[in-house]
Design a protein around this ligand. Structure first.
Ligand code: SF4
Length: 340
């Protein structure tokens, strides 16, 4: 299967009349001004670095793409379509809000061959949506998603962990909503507090406390497990590591580990392997856990943390990990060696 590559084009906050408490698109994307004339250069420069064999997609991320000025939206879609016509790009994706989806908008996206729509759902809980000033409800998410899926677009659900008022239960319910909506993929974003946002004021006044790194990892891993069990492809965990997450000018507080996604996947593996082995008789035996190709380091964990925890918590003498070509991502298999 050809490798999938996105050419991201960030459109900061354009056309978005909302002010979600966590959002400062300028800090998140690092883009302060958007120049539509720069789009061709961004695409051309990206294409120079992408292997011709890859399945390449132009991705309009950042603000709410379907909420920007319609002329600008069509102008951007026309540019992207030229690349599809030339055979240099295979498709287009965009991210938007549930309340900026309707039949007319989907007509435009269909005409310009948008294939994937990423919907900022964030939470399935109306009180969390209200506390974060999202400006839409759970019902809006369901309505928009059903329309998107019924029109044949691929749906990606973007959700957040650790928002004000959010709990592990509301987050699991949000993951369930993503599945119910018919999404094929999801992105999980533990909440980061950026400067110049209402959320940073809420931190200062003590109304909001961001998650610790440990809690963010644990809660994201629970949601990841639900997605894996329900066949949802998790395409991103945590914001892309960028200068903005390192910069004191942008980052304020919150779980900001540069490899947060890896930590979450590793936590998932710990839980899954623990569950697999605790149902088996391990006494005087050494388990060999098989994982899919490329998953070994995540299963063992940074500094062998999973390996050591499993030995300790399951009372093992040792545990071995091996890759197995026939296993798919996240699949596990075990067998045992006699402890001699
Ligand atoms: S809808 Fe999106 S772009 Fe607009 S304020 Fe909220 S997060 Fe930011």
């Amino acid at each position: 299967m050809a490798k999938h590559v996105n050419i991201p084009i960030f459109i900061p906050h354009l056309g978005c009349p909302n002010q979600c408490v966590f959002c400062n698109q300028r800090h998140i994307s690092g883009v302060t001004n958007f120049d539509p004339n720069s789009v061709v250069d961004i695409i051309e420069n990206s294409l120079k670095t992408i292997d011709a064999e890859c399945e390449t997609e132009i991705a309009f991320f950042g603000g709410s793409f379907t909420g920007i000025d319609p002329h600008l939206m069509i102008n951007l879609l026309e540019i992207a379509n030229r690349y599809i016509n030339q055979g240099r790009v295979s498709s287009i994706r965009c991210s938007t809000r549930p309340d900026y989806i309707n039949s007319d908008i989907l007509d435009v996206l269909e005409r310009y061959r948008v294939k994937v729509i990423e919907l900022g759902m964030q939470s399935a809980d109306d009180s969390v949506l209200a506390l974060t000033k999202r400006g839409h409800t759970r019902e809006d998410i369901l309505t928009a998603s059903k329309l998107i899926v019924s029109r044949g677009f691929q749906l990606v659900g973007q959700i957040m962990i650790g928002l004000p008022g959010s709990t592990p239960e509301t987050e699991l319910n949000t993951a369930k909503l993503v599945v119910e909506c018919g999404a094929s993929a999801a992105r999980i974003y533990p909440t980061i507090v950026f400067r110049d946002t209402e959320l940073s004021d809420m931190c200062i006044s003590g109304v909001y406390e961001p998650l610790t790194e440990k809690d963010a990892v644990k809660r994201s891993a629970t949601v990841l497990a639900y997605f894996i069990d329900n066949g949802i492809d998790v395409i991103r965990i945590g914001l892309c590591s960028s200068e903005n997450l390192k910069s004191e000018e942008s980052y304020f507080r919150g779980p900001n580990h540069p490899a947060l996604g890896e930590l979450v996947i590793s936590e998932y593996y710990f839980d899954a392997i623990y569950k697999l082995l605790s149902s088996k008789q391990c006494k005087n035996k050494i388990p060999i856990v098989y994982v899919s190709r490329g998953a070994l380091s995540k299963a063992i964990g940074q500094h062998r943390i999973n390996k050591n925890r499993l030995i300790r918590e399951l009372g093992l003498a040792d545990i071995k990990f091996k890759e197995h070509d026939e296993l798919r991502a996240y699949e596990l298999k075990s067998e045992f060696e006699e402890d001699t």
